[in-house]
Ligand binder design. Structure first.
Ligand SMILES: C[S@@+](CC[C@H](N)C(=O)[O-])C[C@H]1O[C@@H](n2cnc3c(N)ncnc32)[C@H](O)[C@@H]1O
Length: 265
């Protein structure tokens, strides 16, 4: 359901995949799936750590005084990104609907503020965060437009959003066919099949397109930062204040990564 660690032995990787598949079949919702997986999550999805560090580094370059900068991590899970941000001195709040994942995050770093809730209805006041990050969680958001609206609401006028997404992999099947009609069909079939099981895991291009459109309506600039491993980062800056009209700003694609960088930057 997210980027698995591809570095381990083939047997370890296979065991990880089977574990994920079993947890998906045995759970009847995305929340139950992540609750079930929580104790093994950071072992299975070890590769997320690199991306969490990249996001934290981008924010550290953007904000000179992290201790005065409140950052919200949406779909924080067991807290990988929260900890990367906290180590750099940011005031971090993590939100997730998996209570078990939050309990593990709390154990790993009790100083981080953690809230159990849904990303599409944020329990926070307007304009309280300078940055919102979300890593590997976006495809689980059934209504990405509602989440973008909520992000824009809770952000300060000079805010930054970083959304880290991974390509749908499923053992390399989709990745190998990315951009082909077979790949698109497979992604649609996967998304519908997991929906029938009770999960939200929308890997269709339409979900990403909707997200980018919603961001472009709400933020002054939206950029896509691709990377060599196919993971990419969507960055949006400066939300429009309600009522202010939106200039026509086309999406800008940043220059590609240097060969071998292997992560969103
Ligand atoms: C792939 S994990 C990513 C966790 C963490 N960001 C990381 O990179 O390790 C996706 C997380 O999103 C959470 N999630 C999915 N949909 C959510 C929603 N609507 N509201 C809150 N959390 C959600 C799941 O519980 C899970 O912890």
């Amino acid at each position: 359901m997210a980027e698995r660690d591809e570095e381990r032995s083939p047997a370890g990787a296979l065991a990880g995949r089977l574990g994920v598949a079993w947890a998906a079949l045995a759970s009847r919702s995305t929340r139950a799936f992540y609750d079930r997986l929580s104790t093994r999550y950071e072992r299975i999805f070890r590769g997320h750590g690199v991306h969490a560090e990249r996001m934290a580094a981008i924010l550290a370059r953007r904000f000179a005084a992290p201790s005065r900068c409140a950052v919200l991590d949406l779909g924080c899970g067991t807290g990988l990104s929260c900890r990367a941000l906290s180590r750099r001195g940011f005031q971090v709040t993590g939100l997730d609907f998996s209570a078990r994942s939050l309990a593990l995050s709390r154990r790993a770093d009790p100083r981080i503020d953690l809230v159990c809730g849904d990303a599409s209805a944020l329990p926070f006041a307007d304009a309280g965060f300078r940055a919102v990050v979300s890593l590997g969680a976006w495809r689980h958001f059934a209504d990405p437009r509602a989440v973008v609206e909520e992000i824009a609401r809770v952000m300060a006028h000079d805010g930054v959003v970083l959304i880290g997404t991974f390509p749908p992999k499923l053992g390399g099947f989709f990745a190998a066919r990315a951009g082909t009609s077979t790949g698109r069909l497979a992604a649609a079939a996967y998304s519908l099949a997991v929906r029938a099981l009770g999960h939200d895991d929308d890997v269709r291009a339409a979900h990403e397109r909707l997200t980018r459109e919603a961001l472009a309506e709400r933020f002054a600039t939206v950029r896509i930062v691709p990377s060599a491993d196919g993971a990419h980062l969507v960055r949006a800056d400066r939300p429009f204040i309600a009522g202010r009209s939106r200039p026509a700003t086309p999406l800008r694609r940043s220059p590609g990564p240097r060969a071998g960088s292997g992560a969103p930057a």
